[in-house]
Write a protein that binds this ligand. Structure first.
Ligand code: CA
Length: 227
């Protein structure tokens, strides 16, 4: 799970990053609204955590822009103010959940687990698209029409999970590289192509009709035209 945290209070943010990384979330952190907004609309995150009061652009405005771009990533708002007004504005802006500071770590983690289940729209930990299913705990890819299955490597799994979560959309190589390898990684676009070809081989191994189509000069899209 790749998580975006936009929070300007340095100590708070540092503590949160540490806790979240211990829980195996990959976290990118920004301290101002401008960079936070740019990261949020890159559509490479599974969950976005926004502080409300931020320099330049506030959390509510970021949430609004994310939704205006058609990005459905779950958003958790953090705020120091307990007023009901904030709560209403937060939900209006497109935020999915709301946590008042100070909060318990346990509470935050529970909310994140609930949001990540919602993010993947999972039923019994199985993602599905076209004629394939993907088990989110065993990483097993299956074709439902012939019952063939194969286990994916972690990277192959993340690629397919990301494509399924964004079905109907073309994902660029840049989005895939950052999503799978991270902002600071030196993964080159070659890596994306290499793992994309591994993932395609797994799809043809199970004889799925679902395909990863390359859109020339743009990126990749999951398609299942013939079911
Ligand atoms: Ca703040």
């Amino acid at each position: 799970m790749r998580l975006l945290l936009v929070e300007d209070e340095k100590r708070m943010a540092q503590a949160l990053c540490e806790i979240l990384r211990l829980e195996n979330y990959e976290v990118d952190h920004f301290t101002d609204g401008t960079n936070g907004l740019m990261a949020a609309i890159s559509n490479i995150y599974d969950i976005i955590i926004l502080d409300v009061m931020l320099p330049e652009i506030n959390g509510f405005e970021i949430a609004k822009s994310v939704r205006q771009k058609g990005i459905r990533t779950p958003i958790l708002m953090l705020t120091a103010k307990a007023e009901l007004d904030d709560k209403v504005t937060g939900l209006d802006s497109g935020a999915d959940d709301y946590l008042t500071k100070p909060f318990m770590t346990k509470e935050l983690l529970a909310r994140l687990r609930a949001l990540s289940r919602r993010a993947l729209n999972t039923m019994d930990n199985v993602l599905s698209y076209g004629d394939i299913t993907l088990d989110t705990s065993t990483l097993i890819l299956s074709c439902i029409t012939n019952n063939q299955s194969v286990r994916l490597s972690e990277k192959e799994y993340h690629i397919l999970e990301y494509l399924i979560a964004n079905k109907g959309q073309i994902l660029t190589r840049e989005q895939l590289a950052v999503k799978i390898w991270g902002l600071e990684s030196e993964a080159e676009y070659n890596n994306v192509e290499v793992y994309m070809s591994f993932t395609r081989k797994k799809l043809s191994f199970v004889e799925a009709r679902t395909e990863i189509k390359a859109v020339r000069g743009v990126g990749y899209e999951l398609r299942c035209d013939n079911v």
